[in-house]
Design a protein around this ligand. Structure first.
Ligand code: KG4
Ligand code: ZN
Length: 345
């Protein structure tokens, strides 16, 4: 095993984060500045504001990651950064900063795919995961279902045909005036769970491993308007709003769970991993916890701080690339969108 210390930088969306991690996966530091307050009033991330904020924060966040880790800059053996997917301006700031460091310290650069970093983020806390694993990455930008074969290989089973699950939660929250990000607010408001939930229709997709959330969003919109079959509208009261939130959350959670359950039963896999921002959702954690316990499956869900965007998961994935000498050239480009292909169809 190749030893070393990785400095990783994450700036793909609205979090500026830096982490120092040893190749035996000790997190020496993981610093983060969230831009939630900046974007909240707009109900979503404003790309230009995000880039500007990254520029203001990246130096102090990286310096405090180095300082908190107790190592010297010269002890670092490689510099990693997220290069895809994400907001182009935001990605470029992390990449440029990482390139500058790599060049001046004469250390190799490692470009990391943000989605792959999420997918493997359970490795930060689960040191001996049992493969193969049915792995779901569920965030504001992605909903991807994988069979994870071993510590480096995976194949895609399904993906969303429209919105990501987090995006759907954020959009409904925006309609309700809850600010951004909406997922955590919906999670909070839905507790304690109302006794009676509204039944949403379940979604059928051509491939039974794919997801679709746009129809559910429209259904929620009609309910929100209090629209009856004759199209008459009325304001919902507080209890009705809570019930709507909790019911929408429940249907998103159930859509996610149904695909996981199908993948588990089709493949006879004994382990499940859920990662990405939406994996922080308490209802999803409860329901998948119960299912895995009942069916004696291993469950790997990171702590909340490793579900949402963070540089420790970027470092974790970078270690795999470092061990295989998969370094990036210094002209590494930012790639804002990436298509994740099905390999099973
Ligand atoms: O992974 P992440 O931080 O960024 C992306 O790569 O997109 O995920 C952010 C998403 C947002 O849509 C946010 O609303 C959602 O994760 N999220 C949650 C919760 N915490 C964050 N959704 C539901 N319940 C939560 N507790
Ligand atoms: Zn993310």
């Amino acid at each position: 095993m190749k030893e070393g210390i990785i400095l990783a930088i994450e700036t793909s969306c609205d979090e500026t984060s830096a982490a120092v991690v040893t190749t035996d996966r000790k997190i020496l530091s993981n610093t983060l500045h969230s831009q939630e307050d900046l974007h909240s009033k707009y109900g979503g991330v404003i790309p230009e504001l995000a880039s500007r904020e990254h520029i203001l924060r990246i130096d102090e966040i990286t310096k405090s990651a180095i300082q908190n880790s107790g190592i010297n800059l010269n002890d670092i053996t490689a510099i990693a950064c997220t290069y895809t997917p994400g907001l182009i301006g935001s990605l470029l700031i992390g990449i440029s900063y990482a390139k500058g460091l790599a060049l001046s310290l004469n250390k190799p650069l490692i470009g990391v795919d943000h989605v792959k970093a999420h997918l493997r983020s359970y490795e930060i806390e689960f040191t001996d995961p049992q493969y193969p694993i049915v792995g779901l990455v569920v965030s504001g930008g992605h909903t991807l279902l994988y069979i994870i074969k071993d510590d480096f290989e995976e194949s895609l089973l399904g993906t969303t045909l429209d919105d990501a699950a987090g995006e759907a939660l954020d959009k409904i929250a925006k309609l309700l005036g809850f600010g951004y990000p909406g997922g955590p607010v919906i999670d909070r408001i839905s507790k304690p769970l109302p006794q009676k939930l509204i039944q949403f229709p379940s979604v059928k997709t051509k491939s039974e491993y794919d997801f679709s959330f746009s129809g559910l969003k429209t259904y929620a919109l009609y309910l929100l308007k209090g629209q009856d079959m004759r199209g008459k509208e009325r304001e919902l009261n507080e209890d009705e709003l809570k019930t709507l939130c909790a019911s929408f959350q429940e249907c998103v959670v159930d859509e996610l769970l149904s695909r996981i359950k199908r993948a588990v039963s089709d493949t006879n896999v004994n382990s499940v991993a859920i990662t990405g921002g939406v994996a922080a959702n308490s209802r999803l954690r409860d329901k998948i916890g119960q299912y895995c316990q009942k069916n004696r499956l291993n469950l790997y869900i990171p702590s909340v701080k490793y579900c949402t965007d963070n540089a420790a998961m970027v470092a974790n994935y970078a270690i795999k690339l470092y061990e295989r000498d998969l370094f990036s050239p210094l002209d590494l480009d930012a790639i804002p969108t990436k298509k994740y292909e099905h390999s099973h169809r």
